[in-house]
Design a protein around this ligand. Structure first.
Ligand SMILES: Cc1cc2nc3c(=O)[nH]c(=O)nc-3n(C[C@H](O)[C@H](O)[C@H](O)COP(=O)(O)OP(=O)(O)OC[C@H]3O[C@@H](n4cnc5c(N)ncnc54)[C@H](O)[C@@H]3O)c2cc1C
Length: 502
């Protein structure tokens, strides 16, 4: 075995999370020595690959599950507002990099695509109306439009209106300046930018197999997947950005904070259409409501996707159950993750979520014709020959201890960090890639608290002139930052007003 090498930071996995953190750390400390270790032969080979996720720049503009309705009819917009401002933080980082000139074009990874919500039936319409009433009063959603008029809907969603029953009750909202993001292109652009700096390497076809404590940091064992050779690298800080596979690595670290976590893998499938005659009639991401009993990540949506300069449509996702933690993972992933510390929460979740299990099984058993029926709720005249089924990425939802229920299933993301700040892991999947930058800023504040407050504070303020909290409450500042970001990322043309902000 080779003699241990030493770096400041090892990042496991070359997805959007590690790529973002690595570039951010290099901006804050150009002398930092870091290594990204990836088991596949390229970056963004799992969830960050553009065909493994929906590419929605989640900003709360169209996702109806971000604005739950209480029994008395009131709609809670807190989550939508928070995700919206987190996305503005991501946009600030991408704008900063784009303005540097050496990062490359933003057009490769972000495209303007309107975000719409679409509902059917009386209860759907009353929910959307109330949601619009509350949301449009907030400065982040001031541009939202609402309609129950079918002629307007035919302009907004020309593919979705023909073939409908004239008496159908429908409503929609639209925000013009939504986005489609190719997170795979972004990841690879970040990794390319990273390795143009000294002391930053990305090693492909290498699997992190174990971690052990050493000298206040970690010794990371890395196996070459082709030769089988193993080397060890000493790192002061380790980030487990291994997507669905972060859980077993977190367990392998043995840190106290890892105890009690389990994973619930959910697979996904899409219907994809590349026929230009169909694609040209739909330029939007249209989200609707999830079926009763289904998990929040299965809200159906019909999306324009812009990948490598080509436009396609994606519909889904159709959820499914698997025991793999990665699309390229092993069926043993789930059974091997069972520990004395998480078996209680895992059994409690299995017992208390029978509806979810039934839903996932029914989704897996669907025929192509049944899948097309779901699509026809959106696009009544859809023809089978235009659509093909594709496998989406894996999501490993978090199972954690709960004092009352024994264990709960959590649909968001959670950053788990060692008390001494020497290791952090990202668990969970949603809202995911769109809010990567906020999550990585949270990691920096948790694991590098002193540096974040002192030597890195100036650079952080330069890159991020306005963070989430202030954007939530300061309307004028929000408008200024949003306008600057939209111009820098070429989402809108610069007007004299936005130029004066720049
Ligand atoms: C169906 C679906 C739809 C989604 N839609 C959206 C969306 O519309 N908008 C949005 O913002 N987010 C979306 N997401 C979430 C988003 O895709 C993820 O949050 C994000 O891509 C996660 O990035 P990551 O870097 O953590 O993980 P990944 O991109 O999965 O990267 C992890 C990497 O770690 C590597 N790895 C694993 N184990 C090891 C090991 N032991 N050693 C070395 N390397 C290892 C893997 O090979 C992989 O390359 C969606 C996800 C799914 C599954």
């Amino acid at each position: 075995m080779a003699h241990n090498e030493a770096v400041d930071v090892v990042l496991v996995g070359a997805g959007i999370m590690s790529a973002t953190l690595a570039v951010l750390l290099k901006e804050l400390d150009p002398a930092i020595k870091l290594e990204v270790v990836e088991l596949m032969d390229s970056g963004a080979a799992e969830s960050s690959n553009p065909w493994n996720n929906a590419g929605t720049g989640h900003a709360g503009l169209c996702e109806l599950n971000y604005t739950p309705q209480a029994a008395d009819g009131t709609v809670d917009i807190k989550k939508a507002v928070h995700i919206n401002t987190q996305f503005e933080v991501s946009k600030q980082f991408w704008s900063y990099l784009t303005k540097k000139g050496t990062f490359g074009s933003c057009k490769t990874f972000i495209s303007p695509v309107p975000h719409l919500s679409f509902v059917q039936g009386d209860s759907g319409v009353s929910f959307l109306k109330e949601r619009f009433k509350v949301l449009s009063k907030h400065h982040a959603f001031a541009d939202m439009e609402y309609t129950e008029d079918k002629a307007t809907m035919a302009q907004w969603m020309p593919l979705m209106m023909p073939g409908r029953n004239a008496g159908e009750t429908l409503a929609a909202t639209r925000v013009i300046n939504g986005t489609d993001v190719n997170f795979g292109a972004l990841t690879n652009q970040l990794l390319k930018h990273l390795t143009s700096a000294p002391d930053a390497q990305v090693k492909y076809c290498k699997r992190v197999t174990s971690l052990k404590r050493s000298n206040g940091g970690w010794t990371v064992s890395i196996k070459d997947v082709n030769s089988g050779n193993t080397r060890e690298v000493d790192a002061k800080f380790v980030f487990l950005g291994a997507g669905g596979a972060a859980l077993p690595l977190l367990q392998a670290s043995g840190i106290e904070e890892s105890k009690g976590f389990g994973g619930f893998p959910i697979s996904g499938q899409w219907l994809r259409c590349d026929n230009p005659e169909v694609v040209k009639h739909h330029q939007a991401k249209v989200y609707s409501q999830a079926a009763v009993g289904s998990p929040p990540m299965s809200v159906p949506h019909l999306d324009t996707r812009v990948v490598d300069g080509k436009t396609s449509l994606l519909f889904g996702p159709y959820a499914g159950f698997t025991t793999k933690f990665l699309k390229h993972g092993s069926f043993m992933d789930l059974p091997l993750s069972v520990r004395a510390g998480n078996i209680g929460p895992m059994l409690a979740v299995a017992k208390n979520n029978m509806d979810l299990t039934k839903y996932l099984v029914s989704e897996v058993m669907q025929s192509m014709e049944q899948r097309l029926e779901s699509l026809r709720r959106f696009y009544p005249e859809a023809k089978a020959e235009d659509w093909r089924l594709e496998v989406a990425g894996q999501r490993v939802q978090i199972i954690k201890k709960d004092p009352k229920k024994g264990g709960i299933l959590q649909f968001g993301t959670e950053l788990v960090a060692a008390k001494d700040g020497s290791l952090a892991a990202l668990l969970g999947a949603s809202p995911g890639a769109s809010v990567t930058v906020s999550i990585m800023l949270e990691l920096i504040e948790k694991c590098f608290p002193n540096k974040a407050k002192s030597e890195w504070a100036g650079k952080l303020a330069e890159i991020f002139p306005a963070r989430e909290k202030v954007l939530e409450s300061d309307a004028a500042l929000y408008r200024k930052i949003n306008a600057q970001n939209n111009v820098a990322l070429e989402l809108v043309e610069a007007s004299s007003e936005t130029e004066s902000y720049a």
